[in-house]
Design a protein around this ligand. Structure first.
Ligand code: ASP
Ligand code: MG
Length: 587
């Protein structure tokens, strides 16, 4: 028999009519012979309303009491839905998170799931019941061994559903929502966004972190790590929706269902060269010209980094395979003769990357990676970060040592260590979705000492304060006192807390100072086929150049190319890039 976990979000159960409609849908799925575990959110915006009640009494309500309060929202829905199902002649039993045994950490308001007991659910399923479980909540076994109600964080019902599907080894986890699935971009900004039939979990994580809020990122992390099949589809029709895929197939281990060890692989890529073009004009079209020229020359560029500078010149740095060096130099030289600027090339470089789900959402991980390398006196030439991978380019001589220390630091086993992995063509499109994140600011620390450890200190300080840095770019340009520039973007809301970190830090680095950039938007193209397609970045830059949009920063990672543009250009940039990659028409 097929075992399905079906999750219905707040809008799908927003009123009694909808609860009845959802009950009918569940009843027909049950009559079709499926075993069903249903997970629901609170009705409509009731979680917000509950939260406002508390805030009308206190500006800082105790976290324990908030969980006690907010968890009641889902309890209303499970009982009403079970009543509706029983009314249709379907035996249904509702269960809270604690009744099921959804065991979480004790961190109120953001608890991660450690374990899910399945005995009671299995028993009910065996007896032909539909089990209706409250999403978003669990129970922690506090230090005094007294059970406490916890919640997983806003939007957490998706996480409950995928975690239950994992623990029950369900055939599929269906997430029912008020949209038809995952779209190529935000339909509120781009009217002709199209449905994606399939998306890999890694792509989904990159897109979700940029604000494509269809699925809670933690739910995608679980789906990715355990290879659970997840389908996102509409509650109101029978269209197939979007299927999430993952090639991982981890089995549940001792370290807790939502892993405490998010890094699951490390890779060393040798024989890399770093090419730097410095002091080239800062105007739309330069990056496009450069990377189109390289792609026409058949050169597959890996990392690309560009940061803005005072004055009107840019530095663009990128990495290629060493075997392409002569040809790349030749092509760049020709361009520089036209544009001005300076070309540098450095061979004998290696790229070391850690990989895992949700890396940038846990700011301590990149910091630990950089710190491990700095303790071994390894200087980082370039840094590239994304939701699923953090890479740095280092001197090849230090590659083996760096690999060994980082593998130890993240407790990785032999089978998780990959040397010179080849990119396999998985027939995935180079770009599947475009995301825009407008709520960002850019900051640069100028004159950071160019010695091992600087990036680590900076990232660690932000991590300690719980601030996630998004696009971290370490540029090649040397400043007056021979220091370097590290630029990054962060959520606007985090900017004021950033001073707490930066002011003490800048005291340690007397020559360094801070420069606030303009209001910016991050626009990212994401596609699992990107590593094997030549010229994707160039095409994205061309789309922006055609629209006369200046690129302030570029940061690429394996399956994502991100451009920072001025905030005012954000939506226009999104539309142009979406159209350029022909995502606005069904293929
Ligand atoms: N009801 C909770 C919230 O509104 C959980 C959820 O809807 O997923 O955040
Ligand atoms: Mg929700």
């Amino acid at each position: 028999m097929t075992l399905l976990v079906q999750k219905f979000g707040g809008t799908s159960v927003g009123n009694i009519e909808r609860i009845k409609a959802v009950a009918k849908r569940i009843a027909s799925s049950k009559e079709a012979g499926n075993q069903l575990v249903i997970v629901v959110s609170a009705m409509g915006d009731s979680t917000d309303k509950l939260s406002n009640l508390a805030l009308s009494i206190s500006g800082k309500p105790p976290a324990r009491e908030m969980d006690m309060l907010l968890s009641t929202g889902e309890q209303v829905t499970i009982s009403l839905l079970s009543i509706a199902l029983n009314e249709l002649g379907i035996s249904a039993t509702s269960m809270t998170g604690s009744q099921v045994g959804i065991i979480t950490e004790s961190a109120h308001g953001k608890a991660r799931i450690l374990d899910i007991k399945t005995d009671r659910i299995k028993e009910l399923l065996k007896n032909g019941h539909v089990v209706v479980v409250a999403g978003f909540q669990g129970t922690s076994l506090g230090s005094s061994k007294t059970a406490e109600i916890t919640t997983l964080g806003r939007g957490g019902s998706d996480t409950s559903a995928v975690a239950l599907a994992t623990a029950l080894q369900a055939d599929c986890c269906e997430i029912y929502t008020d949209v038809s699935g995952v779209l190529t971009t935000d339909p509120r900004k781009v009217a002709d966004a199209q449905l994606m039939l399939k998306v890999t979990c890694d792509e989904m994580l990159e897109l979700a972190s940029l604000g494509a809020a269809v699925l809670h990122p933690r739910a995608v992390e679980i789906a990715r790590n355990y290879g659970v099949k997840v389908v996102v589809r509409s509650s109101w029709d029978n269209e197939p929706g979007t299927t999430l895929t993952s090639s991982e197939k981890r089995s549940l281990g001792k370290e807790g269902l939502e892993l405490s060890k998010p890094v699951n692989a490390i890779e060393l890529l040798e024989k890399q060269a770093v090419i730097g073009l410095s002091h080239i004009p800062d105007q739309p079209g330069i990056a496009a010209d450069l990377f189109e020229t390289l792609s026409e020359g058949g050169i597959n560029v890996d990392l690309i980094i560009q940061s803005t500078h005072q004055g009107n010149s840019n530095d663009i740095t990128f990495t290629i395979a060493e075997e392409d060096l002569e040809r790349t130099k030749f092509l760049c030289q020709r361009l520089i003769e036209k544009l001005g600027g300076k070309l540098t090339a450095q061979t004998n470089m290696s790229k070391l990357s850690i990989r895992g789900a949700g890396i940038m959402g846990r700011p301590g991980i990149a910091a630990k990676f950089f710190d491990t390398l700095s303790k071994s006196a390894i200087n980082l030439r370039l840094i590239a970060t994304s939701e699923v991978k953090v890479s740095c380019v280092i001197n090849a001589k230090l590659g083996a040592k760096a690999l060994r220390y980082a593998s130890e630091a993240f407790d990785l086993k032999d089978q998780q260590i990959k040397i010179n992995p080849t990119n396999i063509d998985n027939n995935e499109p180079e770009v599947k979705g475009i995301a825009l994140d407008p709520n960002q600011v850019q900051l640069s620390v100028i004159n950071v000492p160019d010695i091992p450890g600087s990036a680590a200190i900076l990232c660690q300080a932000f991590a300690d304060e719980g601030i996630c840095l998004h696009t971290i770019v370490q540029s090649e340009r040397k400043c007056d006192s021979n220091g370097k520039i590290i630029s990054f973007t962060m959520n606007k809301n985090d900017r004021k807390n950033a001073d707490n970190i930066l002011i003490p830090l800048l005291k340690v680095w007397p020559a360094a100072y801070l420069e606030d950039g303009q209001a910016i938007a991050r626009i990212s193209a994401v596609g699992a086929g990107m590593p094997v397609s030549i010229g994707t970045a160039g095409r994205m830059f061309r789309a922006l150049a055609n629209a006369q949009i200046n690129i302030l920063m570029i940061a690429t990672s394996e399956i994502r190319t991100t451009c920072i543009v001025s905030e005012n250009d954000g939506v226009r940039a999104l539309k142009e890039v979406h159209k350029f990659f022909k995502l606005n028409s069904k293929s």
